[in-house]
Design a protein around this ligand. Sequence first.
Ligand code: SF4
Ligand code: SF4
Length: 147
Amino acid sequence: MGNILCEHCTGECCNYIALPIDEPETKRDFDDMRWYLMHGGITVFVEDGDWYIQFRSVCRHLQADYRCGVYETRPQICREYKARDCDYSGGDYEYDHLFTEPEQIVAHAKEHFAEERAAAPRKKTRKKAPRRKHGGIKETLTQLGVR
Ligand code: SF4
Ligand code: SF4
């Protein structure tokens, strides 16, 4: 089915690259992602728990007929890519999360930190020790002329 599917496709798999990135943990990490998404052609997605940044960019070897211009020497990653798993086939190709706009990652960050706060064990409130209003025993002894 793979090859037949490719016959009807405009080479979608040759129109982007996606690179793994660290899962964001801090507010700064999320803010960096907000910056990524301010740029055109950038998406961030999560698949099977792994985070990726995707750059929309057409491979210079994709020909006008949507065939590979360097088929015999195409990179290994292109050889390993299977049509049954590809975007074009749709169906079970689903993201855990897909972010295309900065506002989406901001909303996700808010949820993330709210969940983190809810899951964190509540801090025990330490009973405050009574404050001394004078200088303590040394001062008292000094005042009494003992020291
Ligand atoms: S693998 Fe998928 S995206 Fe790539 S050309 Fe074939 S059908 Fe299109
Ligand atoms: S090398 Fe060929 S198969 Fe690989 S991305 Fe470019 S056009 Fe597509």
